[in-house]
Design a protein around this ligand. Sequence first.
Ligand SMILES: N[C@@H](CCC[C@H](N)C(=O)O)C(=O)O
Length: 281
Amino acid sequence: MATPFWKYHALGNDYLVLDPERLDFPLQPLAIQRLCHRHFGVGSDGILLGPLPAPGADFGLRIFNPDGSEAEKSGNGLRIFARYLWDGGKVGGEPFYVQTLGGLVQAQVQNQGQQVQVAMGRVSFQSGLIPVTGADREVIQEPIQVQGQTFTFSAATIGNPHCVILVPEATPALAQTYGSALENHAFFPQRTNVQFVQVLSPERLRLEIWERGAGYTLASGSSSSAAAAVVHRLGLCAPAVTVEMPGGELAIRIAPDFAITMTGPVTGVAQGILASDIFAG
Ligand SMILES: N[C@@H](CCC[C@H](N)C(=O)O)C(=O)O
């Protein structure tokens, strides 16, 4: 049996969708690394495995990073999965529920598949939930040292962990220089996603992102959600904010309890069949 794949991107953050019913190999870390490799594989920022059975939800979804690690949640991944389900006739324009490792989310496909809205769940700043080492507390504006530099960070979870650093100017160089050291810092037992955030106005943020298990990416939905929640918690942005990233913009809405609604585009790229010797050599 040959294995089909579907490739989409969400603001340049690209994923391969694999159907668990049509997979003819075990989805182990080495296979994931090869599939995501930009030269020896199809190339992507991650793998979406679904739909899976999920009691209490319409669909289950597992999310994997290019390094083979499993992520609890992915905002862009959830928008892509929703569009995949819509393309396959499994959903229409009605809201539906997806169970992820990081919790239950509600999604709705809009504008004939061009846009998806996801209720991402609530952001928490609680150290024990993120997790961040040290006393149980909200992790707000604390020092962190990497490569001789001291940054002030806040941490958040929306199912997956985030380290959010406000800077006067968010640049790719900041993310690419310090991202890996922050991702693997001892403060984060499960590692972390990293965002450098520039507040352009109370309604507009600019992000540069280093993702756990993926590295520098052009956009991230969970990063946008977490970063916007931190900036709002600091009183520096409105509850409705546009998050600008190299790959494009997401609309983020923050409820008083820090429940996040994310709305943004999805673009189809390709579909195909994996070659029988993709894992050789
Ligand atoms: N790009 C995703 C985040 C994917 C998971 C992340 N790398 C993690 O390990 O938590 C998004 O759009 O949220």
